[in-house]
Write a protein that binds this ligand. Structure first.
Ligand code: BGC
Length: 498
């Protein structure tokens, strides 16, 4: 026992002193939110209706607590307070998203809502005045409803409207916003929104809707990147990426070859699906083959996976300055003997079954088990497959039910950040920054306000929506200021100051 204690002391001491176990000075730390989840003001000052406004209003009973984002954290009115929270937290940047419907109420440039432009100008200026860099996501799921009425993302014309919208953003904010993310989590936009029917616009068209949606979104991403190149980059000198979510898929039995293959297929069809086109210009070969084969077996005259033309491939290839990674958890995978999922479906196309190990600690979200080593393997996989691109971790975080002494969240950040340091130091991964999800509790989509991810507690029963610091915000601040993970650091609790 003594030996173990000694070993722990020695290793803690060694790490605290070891320069390799510190984040470099140019590594940036931030915190994230998204417009629909925090802003509220859903129809204020000329904002148009989005698919999440429509979806939660029409199907209140589909949200766990019948709630919606009409008011949410009321950041539309309280953004200055949010900026003070960020300042106290000590972050370098704030990752927020812009509501397309607040800027362009119809989704199109026939009508520009000056009040919406003013809101984001005020937020951006407030951030910069407080020494915090604005990192803006152009699309975090809230498509203007009028564009959904024309078919939404499976309609290729939506890419034209997105590029017009992106131009408005570059013109109005690009003098101060130097980090852009076009899209947040294409998997959720498309598979949940247009295949599985579990997120707005709640369309169920498995095996087709998600592929058609993704194709348009990727073209919109690539064309936005090229627009920046041709019209804005020289003056504005910013960077553009996109935020893609993924589990790490671990082979069920790491030594079994078929499980290793299953893990590789799962990574390619769930992550490479979105990243390979922006790095290499096309969907992964294994995905093209598998969807084509299943489509033929199912009697389709052609593959359900749309095809990029040669020009489109050339246009898409290399359209990133950084890859954004949203990562929360992992699973273990193996090939299903009888095939996986109903046909047609994306799941059947992967042919892989995944599950989360019962020994992994849980959270308030059924899908989120704590698997810190998964982020390390994920980062190494990205390095090995895409030539070690700059990776910005655009989301990582933990859900609970709202306790202020949120030790589990604090420990999650410590454990995951330590694995990120290992991926940098031992894995040679080019990780440029980290974003904690989330700055504060907010509207957690179909879970409403029942699951909380914030480093600040928000009282949703109080019309003032007061914010209160949680323990994890002190721990994150300690990591940012010391630039390493101090296993022993916890603030005195409850804190003396208010
Ligand atoms: C999304 C966030 C969401 C978080 C936790 C990500 O999928 O980008 O909007 O709140 O995960 O579920």
């Amino acid at each position: 026992m003594k030996a173990i204690i000694l070993l722990i002391c020695v290793s803690t001491f060694a790490l605290a002193d070891d320069p390799d176990y510190h984040f470099s000075d140019d590594f940036v730390f931030g915190a994230a939110t998204a417009a629909y989840q925090v802003e509220g003001g859903w129809d204020e000052d000329g904002k148009g209706e989005s698919i999440w406004d429509r979806g939660t209003h029409e199907h209140a009973d589909w949200v766990a607590d019948n709630s919606n984002g009409d008011v949410a954290c009321d950041s539309y009115h309280k953004y200055k307070e949010d900026v003070q929270l960020l300042k106290t937290l000590g972050v370098d940047f704030y990752r927020f998203s812009i509501s397309w419907s607040r800027v362009l109420p119809t989704g199109k440039i026939d009508q520009i809502n000056q009040a919406g432009i003013d809101y984001y100008n005020n937020l951006i200026n407030e951030l910069l005045d407080n020494g915090i860099e604005p990192y803006a996501t152009m699309f975090h799921w809230d498509l203007p409803q009028p564009l959904q009425d024309e078919g939404g993302w499976p309609n290729r014309a939506t890419a034209d409207y997105f590029v017009d919208y992106a131009r408005v953003l570059f013109e109005n904010f690009g003098d101060r916003v130097k980090h852009w993310m076009t899209f947040n989590e294409i998997m959720q936009i498309c598979e949940a929104g247009y295949s599985g029917g579990s997120f707005a616009p709640y369309i169920s068209n498995p095996g087709i809707g998600g592929y058609e949606c993704t194709h348009t979104v990727l073209l919109a991403h690539g064309r936005t990147y090229r627009l920046y190149d041709s019209d804005f980059r020289a003056d504005q000198k910013g960077q553009i990426g996109l935020a893609i979510d993924s589990y790490w898929h671990e082979p069920n039995y790491p030594d079994r070859e078929t499980d290793q293959q299953a893990a590789e297929v799962d990574m390619e069809l769930n992550y490479g699906w979105f990243v390979n086109p922006v790095v290499n210009g096309n969907y992964p070969d294994v995905m093209i083959e598998r969807v084509a084969k299943n489509s033929a077996d199912e009697g389709y005259p052609q593959s359900r996976l749309p095809v990029f033309t040669d020009e489109e491939q050339a246009m898409l290839k290399g359209t990133f300055d950084f890859i954004g990674l949203n990562h929360y958890s992992s699973d273990k995978v193996y090939f299903a003997d009888e095939g996986a999922g109903d046909h047609p479906s994306h799941w059947a196309d992967t042919g892989v079954i995944g599950y989360q190990d019962a020994s992994w600690p849980g959270s308030a979200s059924s899908w989120l088990k704590v698997v810190p080593w998964g982020i390390n393997k994920m980062l190494v996989w990205i390095k090995d497959h895409y030539g070690n691109p700059p990776v910005l971790i655009t989301e990582n975080g933990f859900s609970d039910y709202g306790q202020l002494d949120d030790y589990d969240r604090a420990n999650y950040y410590k454990d995951y950040l330590y694995e990120i340091l290992k991926a940098i130091n031992e894995g040679g991964c080019n990780v440029v920054g980290y974003t904690a999800w989330s700055l504060m509790d907010n509207f957690e989509w179909m879970a409403g306000y029942t699951q909380r991810f914030g480093m600040h507690y928000v009282d949703f029963n109080d019309p003032e929506r007061p914010r209160t610091r949680k323990l994890s915000s002190y721990v994150y601040n300690n990591i940012i200021t010391t630039r390493h993970v101090d296993w022993d650091y916890y603030p005195d609790w409850p804190p003396a100051e208010k």
